[in-house]
Design a protein around this ligand. Structure first.
Ligand SMILES: Cc1ncc(COP(=O)(O)O)c(C=O)c1O
Length: 321
């Protein structure tokens, strides 16, 4: 499989220019005090589907052969990739079928269906939904699309980092939440082209550490997938993003689901931002690692599609003053 290049990201940004406005990136002094660092929050939670993934979906469909567009696509997802594909498929008039695990965040299932996708809830995990997607592809002659091993998705989400590095130079680090690793791989690709000296750090939940363990081991591994943070819930690593991560990523860290929940509360109280768990994971890494003390760091608030459970948890929490 071809690796996407920095030039692919530049072309993707040109394509997206009239379709998605740049997302804001703000700094909040109260958050800086709590973090002991200068924190720039890149707000992908304000995308039309509430997550950064939409960049990848639009770029993927833009490059799709006409015959495949007519066939339609099938993919599998825990939610935001689903919304992204549904949003983009609707705009290109393509059929979009998505297998999602049975316990998927109801907000994301509803949104994907409202965008026109045919959603089938199947299996207890993403691995089972993957199998179901393969069956659907064979039975209905749909084009199977991997949520991780797809160059156009990485080039598309790379536009986020092009915007970020154009808006803020002199960053010490960018911290990126990682599930399949497309976002972190895209950050690496763009840093190679625009920000040689900036550290790129990926972060994953310690309850679903497949990507983290694979990067550290230098081989693709499967691991238990127990996180409640759905955007980070994958039990295996994906080959294409891992290849790019091995070349450029500076570090891959783990945070607990509890640390992510604390970061979500802090985003609500100190940055008036509703983040879903994966949208707060990067901040969680900054809050729990001394390496960031006094540094200038961008964190990707990658999504705002909080589940009903996450919303209830926020409402019930003892909020930081
Ligand atoms: C909001 C959010 N953040 C982060 C991620 C992880 O991104 P990736 O799968 O590209 O590593 C996801 C994945 O779905 C997500 O939805």
């Amino acid at each position: 499989m071809n690796e996407p290049t920095f030039d692919d990201v530049v072309r993707a940004a040109e394509f997206l220019r009239d379709r998605l406005p740049p997302t804001p990136m703000w700094n909040y002094p109260a958050l800086d005090s709590a973090a002991g660092a200068t924190v720039l929050v890149k707000h992908e939670n304000v995308q039309p589907v509430g997550a950064f993934k939409v960049r990848g979906g639009l770029v993927f469909f833009a490059g799709l052969a006409e015959a495949d567009r007519r066939r339609g696509v099938v993919t599998y997802s825990t939610g935001n990739h689903a919304q992204s594909m549904a949003y983009a498929a609707a705009r290109s008039g393509a059929r979009c079928v998505i297998a999602m695990p049975e316990g998927t965040n109801a907000v994301k299932v509803r949104a994907a269906r409202a965008l026109g996708a045919e959603v089938e809830l199947y299996g207890a995990s993403l691995a089972e939904s993957h199998k179901r997607a393969e069956e659907l592809a064979a039975d209905q002659d749909l084009l199977p699309v991997s949520p991780g091993d797809e160059p156009a998705l990485i080039a598309g989400v790379g536009t986020l980092y092009r915007e970020l590095f154009a808006a803020a130079d002199q960053l010490d680090a960018v911290v990126v939440p990682a599930g399949s690793g497309t976002g972190a791989a895209a950050a690496c690709l763009v840093a190679e082209g625009m920000a040689e000296h900036c550290e790129i750090i990926a972060v994953q939940s310690s309850s679903s550490p497949a990507g983290h363990d694979s990067w550290h081991a230098g081989e693709l591994l499967e691991r238990p997938n127990l996180t409640t943070v759905d955007g980070l819930a994958t039990g295996r690593a994906f080959g294409l993003p891992q290849r790019i991560l091995r070349r450029r990523l500076d570090d891959f860290r783990l945070v607990s689901d509890e640390q992510i929940a604390t970061a979500r509360r802090l985003l609500a109280t100190h940055a008036h931002t509703l983040a879903e768990g994966s949208g707060a994971a990067a901040l969680a890494a900054v809050l729990n690692d001394d390496r960031f003390a006094g540094k200038r760091v961008a964190v990707i608030c990658s999504g705002g599609n909080a589940s009903p459970e996450e919303l209830a948890e926020l409402a019930a929490a003892d909020m930081p003053g």
